[in-house]
Design a protein around this ligand. Structure first.
Ligand code: HEM
Length: 361
């Protein structure tokens, strides 16, 4: 027992240094759920860690971004009128072949914007400081991100059309917009601005700013507040869990809290596979079904189920019942997410990468 405990402490220290906790057994901002309770694993001082703002965080203004940013003839360094069309065509082809890639692209945008802002840091494997332990290696991303090859393909086609003008950060944002439109059967049309520059650094440990599946309501709200987004936007954006897949390890501890018939089906699927669809009825359609599923206890994660709490249940019910309401809110919230921490000028920390997975020399 003592050896096992020591091994667990080392594992936690390694994965989440210093540990971020919620409660006694949930670490790395809700990504690690440890099977035993021991205060030494998550010292009390680490409860309010990264992602939790100490003071009010201003709303992201999006200053410097613009609609049709690459269509402006008078700005030679950014003129590339084919850019958005190339992204749309590349995403359409990929999603037609495998709809799950569309889910991956929407999630990629969230994971990019929440860590170092929307600067494509999530794509890097080679950075300015030669750090190889990048965001892609972080607990929320490792063996989980999808759609990276779509971004690379769009970037290669855009570079061939107009080299050095279109950032990977904008390609990620446009791809999320286009995937949302396709998977919602054109019911969701996000007005996505352009003008983001790419960052030059990326660190795995900073991915603890992304809330995890074991996070409770307060942590979720705080994590979104830390990026200048509201609790309503948190509820709205969580609606993306109506598409894509999830690993059983993230929810198999809470079968007993789910609708019994739903839990039984999930349990059976998890016996055969490590992944399941998040939405059991229309897994590839971006719709408001998630909110009825919350009410019916047919959602996977703790972080989904806790939206049934007093503070957020009003929004959940509205989104479930009022046609078109969630779709319009989702459009606005995605647009706002695309303004987080942006770099809008070339500089020592900002460039237009030639290839999305490595910084320019
Ligand atoms: C509110 C806090 C959130 C938590 C705790 C959370 C957590 C997770 C987890 C654990 C998975 C499964 C990953 C895996 O098993 O590999 C997942 C999948 C997914 N998430 Fe979230 N997420 C959150 C918010 C969001 C937001 C804001 C978006 C986008 C707007 C989003 C979009 C998705 C999508 C589309 C998938 C499926 C990805 C795929 O199939 O490749 N999530 N999320």
């Amino acid at each position: 027992m003592a050896t096992k405990l020591a091994a667990l402490i080392v594992l936690v220290a390694f994965l989440a240094e210093p540990p971020a906790c919620e409660g006694d057994i949930i670490c790395f901002n809700g990504w690690l759920r440890l099977p035993i309770q021991d205060p030494r694993l998550c010292p009390p001082g680490s409860r309010m860690r990264s992602g939790i703002p100490r003071q009010l965080v201003p709303r992201p203004s999006g200053l410097g971004l613009g609609f049709g940013y690459y269509n402006n003839r008078s700005s030679r360094s950014s003129y590339c009128p084919r850019a958005e069309g190339i992204v749309r065509a590349t995403v359409s082809k990929a999603v037609a072949a495998e709809p799950g890639i569309g889910a991956g692209l929407i999630r990629l945008f969230f994971h990019d914007c929440f860590v170092r802002g929307c600067d494509a840091s999530v794509l890097l494997t080679e950075t300015n400081s030669n750090n190889s332990d990048t965001e892609r290696e972080g607990q929320p991303n490792k063996n989980s991100l999808r759609g990276l090859e779509v971004i690379d393909a769009a970037k290669a086609a855009i570079e061939a059309a107009c080299p050095g003008r279109v950032s990977c950060a904008d390609i990620v944002a446009f791809a999320a917009r286009d995937a949302s439109s396709i998977l919602s059967n054109r019911r969701i049309n996000i007005r996505m601005q352009g003008g983001r520059f790419d960052g030059r650094e990326s660190f795995a440990n900073e991915t603890d700013q992304l809330p995890g599946p074991f996070s409770g309501a307060t942590v979720l709200q705080s994590n979104f507040r830390a990026k200048g987004l509201t609790s309503d936007e948190m509820v709205t954006l969580s609606g993306a869990h109506t598409i894509g897949r999830a690993r059983c390890a993230f929810f198999s501890s809470r079968f007993s809290e789910m609708d019994p018939a739903f839990a039984a089906k999930l349990r059976a699927r998890c016996d055969d596979d490590t992944n399941v669809n998040q939405d059991h009825v229309t897994p590839d359609v971006l719709d408001r079904r998630y909110y009825q599923d919350i009410i019916d206890r047919k959602v996977l994660f703790t972080s989904d189920a806790v939206l049934n709490s007093t503070e957020t249940i009003k929004q959940v019910k509205e989104n479930a019942n009022k046609a078109g309401m969630w779709e319009r809110k989702f459009e606005r919230a995605m647009e706002n997410m695309g303004k987080i921490g942006i770099k809008t000028r070339r500089g020592k920390d900002a460039e237009i990468r030639k290839v999305c997975w490595r910084v320019n020399n």
